[in-house]
Design a protein around this ligand. Structure first.
Ligand code: GLP
Length: 241
């Protein structure tokens, strides 16, 4: 894996936003793997600026998101569907039909996960996957576990994730479960870029880059991928030797 430290999250967003645009200029029908949380927001802002400048079109692209909360209405402001609409989709020319998220309210969750995984395959797989990382080393919502999961599945959120994300659910109950792409599926992306900023990510970053590969630190699996770039700010990089 390549590790690049830049001054701040804005610079990181510009570099990754430019990479997304270059891919779309080369292949307008590219399949993009998208993430939620604070980390990808500067990337989305850069991408929106490039779209508004007329540099890039999403009209033929497809997007797949990593994960979605269970039992949270899609229209809820904290659903990942709403996040993507607010932070990216409503600002660009993507066809809403081409924006794919797992349905965390599906009555048959196993069938929903199979549908989603089959669609990714049908569209040729993810060309460029954007990732953040949880403080416990999760990617998507793959929490520390005994094995790496391949396809999408339902997961119980870890206590540290509930704590980290509870600030988004002030005065209401936070979902305890989610549907997420598995680590195996994430690794099938042709290219992966991961963003980590801030001191709260430093331990997870060190374990991801320099620790042993273990499902107890799901992001460590990225060491096995041939085309991963990790973008850090100085605080997130502070424990790397
Ligand atoms: C969330 C998401 C992840 C994200 C991570 C870090 O729980 N499921 O995809 O990478 O937590 O979020 P943030 O970027 O806000 O720190």
């Amino acid at each position: 894996m390549k590790v690049i430290t830049l001054n701040d999250e804005i610079m990181i967003g510009q570099v990754i936003g430019d990479r997304f645009c270059a891919l779309l200029q080369e292949n307008p029908s590219a399949v993009l793997g998208l993430a939620t949380g604070a980390s990808p927001i500067p990337t989305y802002q850069c991408t929106i600026s490039r779209f508004k400048a007329g540099d890039v079109s999403f009209a033929k692209a497809h997007t797949f998101n990593l994960d979605e909360y269970c039992d949270l209405p899609a229209a809820h402001p904290q659903s990942y569907r709403s996040f993507m609409h607010t932070q990216l989709f409503s600002h660009i020319d993507i066809d809403p039909q081409n924006t794919h998220l797992l349905d965390g309210n599906a009555s048959d969750e196993t069938a929903e996960c199979s549908r989603f995984d089959a669609l990714v395959e049908q569209l040729g797989g993810v060309d460029l996957q954007l990732l953040g990382i949880g403080r416990n080393g999760h990617i998507g919502f793959n929490e520390p576990a005994d094995t790496f999961t391949q396809g999408s599945f339902k997961v119980q959120l870890a206590p540290s994730t509930l704590e980290a994300n509870s600030s988004y659910f002030v005065g209401e109950r936070m979902p305890t479960h989610a549907l997420t792409m598995g680590v195996g599926a994430i690794l099938r992306a042709k290219e992966i870029v991961l963003v980590a900023t801030g001191a709260s990510k430093a331990e997870a970053v060190k374990a991801m880059v320099q620790g042993k590969i273990t499902p107890q630190l799901p992001a460590s699996a990225l060491q096995n991928h041939p085309n991963v770039t990790i973008y850090l700010d100085p605080a997130a990089a502070s424990l790397l030797q």
